[in-house]
Design a protein around this ligand. Structure first.
Ligand SMILES: O=C(O)CCC(=O)C(=O)O
Ligand SMILES: [Fe+2]
Length: 279
């Protein structure tokens, strides 16, 4: 299996993108409308934020989940026992954001959401009728004006050699949400698990956008669109001294949206957050 990079502006991009999602759980787009200079500035200014001490003034609130999550309380992926080697910040437009970082990150939030709505319309248009009949409302409508869509700025610090045995930057997991939109990070490491069980590097050319299916789209499509296992592996050799910054946007429907006969978006999210131990 190979992950192809698809030119967003080509005439058959929608169809090829949805085929790639269906086959691999991932789609990689080049030539897309997200501003690369903006992403680069965000990587630089958030690297400085994570290197500094002010981050401790923005410690996350368990009730609202916005703010800074230090490495000591970082996530343990479902089914794993060792914490990931990462710290991160959760940005919601209604949440706390350091003043000097606010303008660029909210601009990005808005641009990435606009692209995401278009990509969801591609997914909808290329869903077979017998699957689409189960969507309770159109997929782009599910995220319209949602205050649950989460932009996470992740910082994987340089390796020190003192990491817990078996710990990696992000242990194998599936995302909870509908789709995740992720600009290629400033360092490699992201891998996807293929249907036959091998790990494949996701092309990490700066300027690509990577999209993957989350569990909520799998649930809403009755399994037609597979949520795919992925991870971030540790760097080796001289690269161990480098930080990695990444910027996943997790598209979450409005809480009341019906996902399936079993779940609303809210009941699904609460079940998963309880399993993760973060609420
Ligand atoms: O850092 C990355 O490239 C991916 C992060 C990720 O998979 C996640 O936070 O869910
Ligand atoms: Fe993920």
């Amino acid at each position: 299996m190979k992950l192809e990079t698809i030119d967003y502006q080509s005439s058959d991009s929608a169809q090829r993108f949805v085929e790639s999602l269906r086959e691999t759980g991932f789609g990689v787009l080049s030539n897309h409308p997200i501003n690369k200079e903006l992403v680069e500035s965000i990587y630089q200014e958030w690297q400085a934020f994570f290197n500094g001490e002010d981050k401790h003034d923005f410690l996350f609130k368990p009730e609202t989940q916005d703010g800074f999550f230090p490495a000591e309380i970082s996530e343990t992926a479902k089914g794993h026992s060792v914490k990931d080697i990462k710290e991160y910040y959760h940005v919601y437009p209604w949440g706390r954001i350091p003043d000097s970082l606010r303008s660029n990150i909210l601009k990005y939030y808005q641009e990435a959401n606009a692209l995401a709505a278009e990509l969801l319309s591609w997914v909808e248009a290329h869903t077979p009728a017998d699957v689409a009949v189960n969507y309770s409302i159109a997929l782009p409508k599910m995220i319209e004006d949602s205050n649950k869509t989460l932009l996470r700025i992740l910082h994987y610090p340089p390796m020190t050699g003192d990491e817990e045995l078996g710990a990696i930057r992000a242990a194998a997991h599936e995302d909870i949400n509908l789709l995740t939109v992720l600009p290629a990070a400033n360092e490699p490491g992201l891998q996807v698990k293929t249907k036959s069980g091998e790990w494949l590097d996701v092309p990490s050319d700066f300027g690509n956008i990577i999209i993957n299916i989350g569990d909520m789209l799998q649930e809403a499509s009755g399994g037609y669109f597979p949520s795919t296992t992925h991870r971030v592996v540790n760097p080796k050799g001289t690269d161990t001294s480098r930080s990695r910054i990444s910027l996943p946007l997790f598209l979450h429907p409005k809480p009341e949206v019906v996902l399936s006969e079993r779940y609303t978006a809210d009941s699904y999210l609460m079940e998963r957050l309880r399993e993760l131990g973060v609420i």
